[in-house]
Design a protein around this ligand. Structure first.
Ligand SMILES: *[C@@H]1O[C@H](CO)[C@@H](O)[C@H](O)[C@H]1NC(C)=O
Ligand SMILES: *[C@@H]1O[C@H](CO)[C@@H](O)[C@H](O)[C@H]1NC(C)=O
Ligand SMILES: *[C@@H]1O[C@H](CO)[C@@H](O)[C@H](O)[C@H]1NC(C)=O
Ligand SMILES: *[C@@H]1O[C@H](CO)[C@@H](O)[C@H](O)[C@H]1NC(C)=O
Ligand SMILES: *[C@@H]1O[C@H](CO)[C@@H](O)[C@H](O)[C@H]1NC(C)=O
Ligand SMILES: *[C@@H]1O[C@H](CO)[C@@H](O)[C@H](O)[C@H]1NC(C)=O
Ligand SMILES: *[C@@H]1O[C@H](CO)[C@@H](O)[C@H](O)[C@H]1NC(C)=O
Length: 516
């Protein structure tokens, strides 16, 4: 243990504001029911442009802070080797030589409701929303999730072929929702970031392909005789989206199949068991996609809660054909508090060549959450940041939010399953509100670009959670969250650069960046 002397006054002095090079638009704060949101409109939105110099000068770090007290990606700098701390100050040691998974990205979902809400604003405000998520000065999102047909976040239940018995898919067609609420906004995201990748999931096959003849309800399995027809249906979706300029990178075996075993659930859903999904992937989805023009499309298993991971992966991966065709598992975050993150490690160890991608998360989803949209809630931002740190530290290659945009009710949703979202629109004033959840995600997505590799940092302090990466351009990015209600001193120690002292504000998210 190094001997540090108490010298925090010096630390505060050497932590200086960057003068002259922050043309950033600052947050326009508004105190709402549960805390602070940043308000954007047709002509103004806070942003995070590149710094000058873009990469911190040797010996310095860029330090972005968001806090419950109201900072939002507030930039300052600190210097290595310019402070001394007391010997009992916790030390966080970064070890860039211990490398783990490669990061694929961060993003959110283009649901019908997202588009309905974006469309309820002026064209200029719509562009601000897409820019603040996908733009270079925004969150730099690199992933998007596209539902195949309707979800509960639609105003009606539908699929792309609701004509009973249409085995040849003659009546297959995209829905008005695709043209009005999804494709235009997805295409604007692609214009801003041509490297954005999309994962798609169907909530249900057409009712006529299912054993219960319904789009939702209990135990609606895919009829065995339609195992191939349903793959044809999914390939038609890939074709139609490609025709509209949107290439889908990966497709999951279906959204949350386990909900089909929950009585009285009204969500659009189709049931799989590990045995039936194995057969469908091994003998239909895998080979049919491989023999199609979409042979590069990844197949993602599960797309459901963490607690199902061990048995589903164990059973499906026992079949060599199914295992061959599956690139990774998609997992949702609901109920994570009841199931340890070691499940992710176990899944990784079972098959280290299969990635783990978190594909759906939102707050306000619990039956007791009231209101569904808690405007300004820092606690909900904290849930995001703690989850992202956990997934990163347990083999996750990315983290995808649920609805990008909702209204103040948390909808629309055809079964009244309202939830919260990082951006809430207020069409009456042509404004939108960026909640702490937005900034929690941005603390990662803005800095941890695709191809970054997670590196080791000790993560054993009870109040400060941490994760670290090295980017393709050889910058180190460390994210720290102080989840206590007091200031915390820590020393961040890098083997090549030395120590830097950081006083972490109460309830603050800190992204620290420096050149290797
Ligand atoms: C948009 O927001 C900016 C910054 O708060 C403000 O100056 C401007 O007046 C707003 N525009 C409208 C039309 O409200
Ligand atoms: C990002 O912000 C900077 C500084 O305001 C501006 O010069 C630049 O044009 C912006 N870039 C994009 C892609 O909007
Ligand atoms: C951001 O932090 C600096 C100190 O680094 C401070 O001077 C500035 O006022 C902060 N900005 C806001 C909007 O709080
Ligand atoms: C995938 O299909 C394309 C034609 O669409 C073909 O050129 C390519 O070789 C195929 N790749 C594999 C791995 O089969
Ligand atoms: C769209 O905005 C109007 C107010 O301008 C509001 O009455 C309507 O409910 C909004 N639609 C949705 C789906 O939120
Ligand atoms: C935390 O981890 C560091 C580095 O792995 C180690 O030196 C230190 O003893 C650990 N502290 C506790 C309290 O376990
Ligand atoms: C985090 O904040 C808590 C409470 O504000 C404080 O006690 C603690 O020292 C801080 N931790 C760090 C490492 O900054």
């Amino acid at each position: 243990m190094k001997m540090w002397n108490k010298c925090w006054a010096v630390v505060m002095l050497v932590t200086f504001v960057i003068a002259g090079n922050t043309q950033a638009n600052d947050c326009v704060p508004r105190e709402l029911d549960f805390g602070i949101v940043c308000v954007c409109n047709a002509t103004y939105c806070d942003d995070t442009p590149d710094n000058d110099p873009k990469i911190p000068e040797s010996g310095t770090v860029y330090w972005y802070i968001s806090s419950r007290s109201g900072l939002r990606l507030n930039l300052s700098q600190a210097r290595f080797n310019s402070c001394e701390a007391s010997s009992d100050t916790p030390v966080l040691t970064v070890d860039p030589s211990r490398r783990y998974q490669t990061i694929f990205g961060f993003g959110g979902a283009f649901t019908d409701s997202t588009g309905i809400n974006i469309r309820n604003l002026s064209r200029a405000a719509q562009d601000q929303i897409i820019r603040t998520y996908y733009g270079r000065n925004g969150s730099r999102y690199s992933l998007g999730r596209i539902p195949i047909g309707g979800t509960d976040f639609s105003t009606r239940p539908y699929t792309y072929d609701d004509s009973t018995g249409d085995v040849s898919l003659r009546h297959f067609s995209l829905a008005p929702e695709d043209y009005n609420y999804k494709i235009p906004y997805i295409r604007r995201a692609i214009e801003l970031n041509p490297d954005v990748r999309f994962v798609s999931s169907a909530w249900s096959a057409p009712a006529w392909m299912k054993t219960n003849q319904r789009i939702n309800g209990l135990l609606g399995f895919l009829e065995r005789r339609y195992y191939g027809t349903y793959v044809d249906y999914l390939i038609r979706f890939l074709q139609e989206y490609r025709n509209n300029g949107i290439n889908v990178w990966g497709i999951s075996t279906g959204n949350e199949p386990f909900n089909a075993f929950v009585p009285f659930d009204r969500l659009n859903v189709m049931a799989w068991t590990p045995r039936t999904v194995t057969e469908w992937v091994a003998n239909y989805a895998g080979p049919m996609l491989e023999n199609s023009e979409f042979n590069a499309t990844k197949i993602l298993l599960l797309d459901d809660q963490r607690f199902e991971l061990p048995w589903v992966a164990a059973i499906v991966f026992r079949n060599p054909k199914a295992k061959h065709y599956i690139s990774g598992t998609a997992v949702h975050w609901y109920f994570d508090q009841f199931f340890p993150s070691s499940i992710l490690d176990d899944t990784h160890n079972l098959s280290p060549d299969k990635f783990i991608l978190m594909t759906e998360a939102c707050t306000g989803a619990n039956i007791l959450d009231n209101p569904k949209v808690a405007l300004g809630s820092w606690e909900r931002g904290q849930e995001y940041v703690l989850s992202i740190i956990e997934y990163m530290n347990h083999w996750g290659i990315g983290w995808i939010d649920w609805n990008l945009v909702l209204n103040r009710q948390g909808g629309p949703n055809w079964i009244n399953n309202y939830v919260d979202a990082p951006i809430i629109v207020n069409p009456e004033t042509d404004e939108f509100f960026k909640q702490p959840m937005y900034y929690a995600l941005k603390h990662f997505s803005r800095f941890v670009e695709r191809g970054s590799v997670r590196i080791n940092i000790n993560n054993n302090l009870s109040n400060v959670k941490s994760t670290a990466f090295v980017t393709p351009s050889n910058e180190v990015v460390v994210v720290l969250y102080n989840r206590s209600n007091r200031e915390e001193d820590v020393v961040l120690e890098d083997p090549n650069n030395g120590p830097v002292c950081l006083k972490l504000l109460p309830y603050s998210i800190n992204t620290i960046i420096y050149a290797q």
